[in-house]
Design a protein around this ligand. Structure first.
Ligand SMILES: NC(=O)c1ccc[n+]([C@@H]2O[C@H](COP(=O)([O-])OP(=O)(O)OC[C@H]3O[C@@H](n4cnc5c(N)ncnc54)[C@H](OP(=O)(O)O)[C@@H]3O)[C@@H](O)[C@H]2O)c1
Length: 280
């Protein structure tokens, strides 16, 4: 396992409480990695093992990845260590139940942790259909997930309606808009926030390429550009967990380090934003 070149006493990411229940969730999560999508069980096991060795728990699973991760979880009895986000692939109630029961059986958990949907129009039109999934004991939490600005407004509508426990939204140094809208509302309404596109699907690394990390990044225990982005995100008080997508173990270790040590204060956050936006 790559060593952390990092001076922390405890090599585990910090956790944040899920609003509403207080259940603790480690604040750096894993996105829907290519190795899960490819169904590579051995590579999935290795990535999850490394992730958990740094205290990681949240994994976002979509499509076939739901069964790859579930199968590794079941084979190694990891049910109490992993908190899985499961995306729905359908919208009709009976079909959703059938789909979720299949995933649940594959996971070997008593209940799914979190069910996510992309389908805002359906959930806005008929929230009861989704709420019934939780009432039926299929899942502990319900949420929506999108990665574009145009969905911020309906996300806020759903929070206002009290339908969701979790919202997954794009938020970063290059896409900071949710920080003034979706995130403050989540804090006010007691909704957990998962952040996607921490690296704008890799574009962020093009923007910071060949740039020197500023010396003042050391003031908040940051020693890479990846951590610079993740620590900006995590220092927003509404954020429960940031997702990082990687298939590279060195990148995973780098990303987990962002959930350790100090975070930037508000004036430093503004400085970070100005710096990266000046590169873009
Ligand atoms: N619900 C939605 O609408 C939605 C949409 C998009 C994403 N998501 C979720 O959010 C997750 C994140 O996806 P994203 O598109 O937002 O990706 P991202 O995490 O912003 O970027 C991933 C890219 O960054 C690279 N990377 C990761 N860590 C790195 C590091 N430490 N140093 C250098 N490069 C690094 C990865 O390459 P390597 O593999 O080489 O590390 C990959 O190319 C997804 O997996 C998914 O679970 C949800």
């Amino acid at each position: 396992m790559p060593a952390l070149t990092y001076g922390h006493d405890k090599l585990e990411v910090h956790s944040r409480p899920i609003p509403g229940t207080g259940e603790e969730l480690p604040m750096v999560g894993l996105g829907n990695s290519r190795v899960f999508q490819e169904g590579n069980l051995e590579a999935t096991r290795e990535l999850l093992e490394l992730f958990m060795s740094y205290g990681g728990s949240y994994v976002d699973t979509l499509g076939p990845s739901r069964f790859t991760v579930a199968s590794v979880m079941q084979a190694h009895s990891l049910q109490s260590r992993l908190f899985l986000g499961t995306y729905l692939g359908t919208v009709q109630y009976d079909a959703m139940v059938e789909e979720l029961e299949r995933v649940l059986k594959a996971q070997g958990k008593e209940m799914l942790d979190l069910v996510l949907t992309y389908d805002f129009s359906e959930i806005l039109a008929e929230p009861e259909r989704y709420l019934r999934l939780r009432e039926a004991g299929l899942t502990r939490y319900l949420g929506v997930a999108r990665h574009k600005l145009e969905f911020h407004e309906p996300m806020m509508q759903l929070m206002e309606m009290g339908v969701v426990d979790f919202v997954q939204v794009n938020y970063s140094l290059l896409e900071p808009e949710a920080g003034d809208t979706v995130l403050p509302m989540a804090q006010e309404k007691g909704v957990a926030i998962l952040v996607n596109r921490a690296f704008v699907n890799g574009d962020y690394f093009e923007v910071v390429r060949d740039r020197e990390l500023p010396e003042w990044a050391a003031e908040f225990d940051c020693d890479s550009w990846a951590q610079f982005s993740l620590k900006f995100i995590l220092s927003h008080p509404a954020v429960t967990c940031v997702l990082t997508e990687t298939a590279n173990p060195d990148h995973l270790v780098d990303n987990m380090a962002a959930g350790m040590g100090r975070l930037p204060d508000e004036p430093t956050r503004q400085r970070m934003l100005e710096l990266v936006q000046s590169f873009a």
